[in-house]
Structures are given as structure tokens and as C-alpha cells.
Design a binder for this molecule. Structure first.
Ligand SMILES: [Zn+2]
Length: 288
């Protein structure tokens, strides 16, 4: 079992942050870099530590503690999506936090790897005492006609999003760009990956931006900011959003935390002639 010291922890302003893991998913080069050619895809997979055809995309979930608030950004996939996921609860317990201790959950977007961990098999809430924050555009999208009209293959995503969003209706606050979650944490609207995708900005000496899937890959999103990610639902909007986010992050020398990046997915970016380059804190073995 993982030990507390196995996890990457750091202090940012008034926040104590521990990067937990929900596991990983194995993706092919066509998902990491839809616009890349065969050689570029192979090189990206190699740099991510993958073999010939795939590499692992991590699920890094920050646990943020400030005052009496114990906050999770997303809840992982539970046991409903990929068998390599669903490790969040065990890792939370490994750092001494009971699911009932979580006071606040921010859902970045309603894709399976981010929200399907909301419920246990018996339909009860995994985090029974948490209030939840969801982007109102995200809520409207998944519960609206456009989601219902998505292709057949996407309907399991729609059903899952509706199931988990409905389950938290009574404890949910819908938020928009600039809204405050708790003092020092604000919503940054980053639409495109999904229509209502949100990131978070945490105050500190420099901002810490929890980008989630607005920058899905620490290689492709920075070195090829014009390329989409395979799961981007509105690729053109996602690219515009990404450029704005990266420009801001570089200008403010912001610290970044990414969901699918090599664990622990924390670092900064530097502007280069072609785009940006990511400088991560030393990568660590994923605790398990
Ligand atoms: Zn994701």
C-alpha cells in the first residue's frame, strides 16, 4: 500500500496540496496527437515512456487543504470506466483522509475519468459530506439536447454524466468564469475540451493553475498548441482556449498542474520559438 511520503506534496500560498492518483489510461498516438504524423506520434509515445503503440495518461487529482476545507478537483472514474483507474479512494485513505472528510469537490468537466467516481455501486455518494461545484455551461450541455444528439458511441458518456450530475443536484453550486470556490481559489473558464470545461486558479506568490484537460498532454499541448487532443469535443475552441491559457501562464510565470501529465504533473512553461516547453518538477513513481 502507498505511504503518505510516496505522494508529491507542496505548499502554495495558503494551500497544502497533495497530488493523488486515480490510476491511468492507456492511449494510442492518434489520441495524444490526432494531427501528428506516424513519426511524430511514435516520438511522443516514446517520450511518455510508452511502447510501440500506446502510452499511459495519468489521472492526477489534487487534494487541496486550507483551513477547514478539504478539496478534491475531480473524483476520478471509480470502477466504472477503465480497470486501471479507480484508485483515488485508496490513495486518499493512504494519506489519512476518509472520503467523509472531503468538504468540497470541484468537477472540471463530466467526462468518465473525471466524474464517474462520484457514486458507489449501491448508488450512494462516495463523498457524502462534500458540496460540489460544476460549471453551469457543463451542466447545461450534458443535460441538454445537444448531448442527447451526440453519436451512439458517445451516449454512454452522456448517460454517465447525467447519472452523476443528477446525483449531486441538491449539493451543487453552478459556477462561471471568475467565481470563487473558497477564498483564494477562482474558476477559470476553459471551454473546448468540453463545452463547459473549467480550470482553477489558486492565489500564491505566482498563480497555480489547475488546468485539467485544457492542456491534456505535457508534450503536445505545449509544443504543438495548435493540435487537438483526441477527446476534445470542440477542437477549434479548445485550441483558442489553450493559446490564451498558455500565454497567461507564461506571462505570469504561473505554476501548472495537469491531470493527464506524467505524475505528479506539476511544473512551469517557457515560451520557445515554436510554442512552449514544459519544465516539470522531478517525475516520481506513481504511488500504488
Ligand atoms: Zn480527462
Amino acid at each position: 500500500m502507498a505511504q503518505p511520503s510516496d505522494f508529491h506534496s507542496f505548499r502554495h500560498g495558503q494551500f497544502d496540496i497533495t497530488v493523488l492518483s486515480d490510476g491511468d489510461i492507456s492511449l494510442g498516438g492518434e489520441m495524444f496527437a490526432p494531427e501528428g504524423n506516424a513519426e511524430e506520434r511514435a516520438e511522443i509515445l516514446r517520450r511518455l515512456g510508452g511502447d510501440g503503440g500506446t502510452a499511459n495518461a495519468q489521472s492526477n487529482i489534487p487534494l487541496i487543504v486550507t483551513g477547514h476545507e478539504v478539496i478534491l478537483v475531480d473524483v476520478g472514474a471509480g470502477n466504472r470506466f477503465q480497470p486501471s483507474e479507480g484508485k483515488l479512494e485508496g490513495n486518499l485513505r493512504a494519506v489519512g483522509v476518509d472520503p467523509g472528510d472531503i468538504t468540497t469537490i470541484v468537477i472540471s468537466h463530466a467526462h468518465p475519468d473525471h466524474i464517474w467516481g462520484m457514486l458507489r455501486d449501491d448508488g450512494s455518494l462516495r463523498f457524502p459530506n462534500a458540496r460540489c461545484f460544476v460549471g453551469w455551461e457543463e451542466w447545461n450541455f450534458w443535460n441538454g439536447e445537444a448531448a442527447g444528439a451526440l453519436p451512439e458511441g458517445m451516449q454512454p458518456f452522456v448517460q454517465g454524466a447525467r447519472r452523476d450530475l443528477m446525483a449531486i443536484t441538491e449539493r451543487m453550486t453552478l459556477v462561471a468564469d471568475g467565481d470563487e470556490i473558497v477564498p483564494g481559489i477562482k474558476v477559470l473558464a476553459t471551454p473546448g475540451h468540453t463545452p463547459g470545461h473549467i480550470s482553477l486558479v489558486l492565489e500564491g506568490e505566482v498563480p497555480l493553475i489547475v488546468t485539467v484537460d485544457a492542456t491534456a498532454s505535457e508534450i503536445v499541448s505545449f509544443e504543438h498548441p495548435d493540435w487537438s487532443f483526441g477527446f476534445d469535443m470542440q477542437p477549434d475552441l479548445a485550441v483558442r482556449t489553450r493559446h490564451a491559457l498558455l500565454e497567461r501562464a507564461a506571462a505570469e510565470n504561473a505554476k501548472l498542474l495537469g491531470f493527464h501529465w506524467t505524475y505528479p504533473g506539476v511544473g512551469r512553461i517557457e515560451k520557445t520559438a515554436e510554442g512552449y516547453r514544459f519544465h516539470g518538477v522531478a517525475t516520481a513513481k506513481v504511488p500504488s
